[in-house]
Structure formats: C-alpha cells, structure tokens
Design a protein around this ligand. Structure first.
Ligand code: PEP
Ligand code: MN
Length: 301
C-alpha cells in the first residue's frame, strides 16, 4: 500500500533533480562537487575544520577565539549574530554589530567566516559581511528563506532539520539550487530521537554521511557540538564523523582563560583550545596515514 504523501529514497530524482546523483551521472558514483569559500575547499578530499563561538558576544571574545582557531590550524571561523533561541527572552545575538565583529576577526586572521541568517529580510545584510551563509536546523523548512539565499551567489551551509529525513533535507537544498546557487555544503547536526535529551542534546546520525554521499554529489560536514550538547563528547563525535568519511566539521569553542566570561550561549558544549588542537591533529595525522585514504565507498540501499 502506498501511503499518501510518503516519500522515500526512490523519490529523490523527482524531488531534487538538480542535486540527486541519479539525475547527474557526470558526477559518477562518488565524485563530489567541490564547494569553495575564499580558497577553502569542501569535498576536495581533506576535511575542512570550522570553529568559533556559538555566538559573537563581544569584540574581545571573538578576537581571542579567532586567534585560537587560526593558531590551531582550522580553516574557517564561525559565530552566530542572529541567534534562533528557544525563548524570546534569551540573548538573541548582537545583530549587525556582531556581523561587523566577526568580519573584523576573519579579516585579522585571514579566516573566511560563516554565520547564520534566520530572516528572509536580512539575507542581503548578512551576505554583506559573511563569506558563507548558514541556514540553521530550525530554518531548514523555511522555503522562502532558502529561495532567497539561492538568489545570492554566496556559498550556503545547510544544516539538517532536527527531525528531517534525508529526502526532506535534500529537498531543502534543491530550493537553494533552483535559484542558481549550487554552492551548498550540507551539515548533519544531530536529530531528535527517542532518548534525545536524556544523556545528550540530540542523536548524532553518522549513518547519514555515506547515505548523503551515495545520493547527492554535495559535500557534507558534521556539527558534533549541537549533536551532543556535551563538551566531553565532542572529540569522540568528531573522530567518529571523520571515520565515516565526512567532508569537515563545525565546532563550538570557548576560551579556557580562568578570567574569561562563561559563554552566554551553549557553554556546556563548547570545547577548550587544547581539545580543538587534538581534533585538528587527529585529522592531519589520519590524512597522512593510509587510513585517511580509505573511504566508505561501498554503500547501497
Ligand atoms: C548554530 O550552529 O549556531 C546553531 C544554532 O545550530 P543548529 O541550527 O544546528 O541548532
Ligand atoms: Mn550553539
């Protein structure tokens, strides 16, 4: 019996003809589209590491963390300035002031910056300051916003909705692509599963990485910070994601100076600088060894 409205993997060529592997044979069975953000290449073989604060909270905090991100050997700087918070009474981000701080920190360190756009009315403003536009988990289903970022020519980091299937996620990416913007990097950030929230914030769906690679040519990175919500799990989640063949990581960090203010946003999942350095070292050592050359290639549904 066919359930009305139910979509399956077999529907992907119809849902996303621009992005499905099946409808784009020139990518073969495993080639990725390389998405470039000011010289940083996603899907080119070596995993990309993006790190930074959850939210841009001050000039000093962002400058300090940008130097740490750069000094650790990461490729890009992250930091939210328009924050989609569960309560409207919570800190909502510094807005345009935060965009300016992030831009300045990126320029000072030479790191490209990615930041979230949550409002269709702010796409041009955010695009003025950011090198890459992030669509958050809560906005993945905001189709007018996807259309609007699809009209820009800025690379897009499209997070997976916290309860989205692969088909829904790739359907959202197709909205961006239809505007002519194929510079899309997908991001798995944990999904709601039955035990989510009991011992970790969400459930990291590593299984989806080879599935993404099997069904689309877009690169996919992993956010171990929101997926776990627990700082001590972030390094393990990062290593697992790399073993599963992801094209990069986006990680939240905080200063470990004793007099540094505690982050207002997502403090419990922020890793310290030594942990970030270990993650980067794990990736580079793995790339140098034979193990890094072994990819999860055999995957079929
Ligand atoms: C973020 O990366 O700042 C964020 C809010 O993540 P998510 O949309 O995955 O919850
Ligand atoms: Mn966060």
């Amino acid at each position: 019996m066919k359930i009305a409205g139910k979509i399956t993997i077999d529907d992907l060529p119809r849902i996303c003809p621009l992005l499905s592997r099946a409808t784009n044979p020139r990518y073969g069975t495993e080639n990725r589209r390389v998405v470039e953000v000011r010289g940083v290449r996603f899907g080119a073989g070596s995993p990309v590491v993006i790190a930074g604060p959850c939210s841009v909270e001050s000039w000093e905090q962002t400058m300090e963390l940008a130097q740490i991100v750069k000094g650790s050997g990461c490729d890009m700087l992250r930091g939210g300035s328009f924050k989609p918070r569960t309560s409207p009474h919570d800190f909502q981000g510094l807005g345009v002031e935060g965009l300016k701080i992030l831009r300045a920190a990126g320029d000072k360190t030479g790191l490209p910056v990615v930041t979230e756009v949550i409002d269709v009315r702010l796409v041009d403003t955010v695009a003025q300051y950011a090198d890459m536009l992030q669509i958050g988990s809560r906005s993945m289903h905001n189709y007018p916003l996807l259309v609007e970022v699809g009209r820009t020519r800025k690379p897009v980091l499209l997070k997976r909705g916290m309860a989205a299937s692969l088909c829904e996620w790739l359907g959202a990416a197709e909205y961006v692509a239809l505007g002519g913007n194929l510079e899309i990097v997908l991001c798995e950030r944990g999904i709601k599963a039955y035990p989510s929230g009991e011992y970790s914030r969400f459930s990291l769906d590593l299984n989806v990485i080879p599935a993404v690679h099997a069904h689309t040519f877009l690169p996919v990175i992993v956010d171990p910070s929101h997926a776990t919500g627990v700082a001590t799990m972030v390094e393990f989640a990062s290593r697992g994601a790399i073993e599963f063949g992801c094209d990069g990581l986006i990680v939240e960090i905080a200063s470990d100076r004793v007099d540094a203010p505690r982050p207002v946003c997502d403090a419990d999942q922020a890793i310290d600088p030594p942990t970030l350095r270990r993650i980067v070292r794990f990736i580079s050592e793995r790339e140098e060894s034979a193990a890094g050359k072994v990819r999860v290639e055999e995957y079929a549904l």
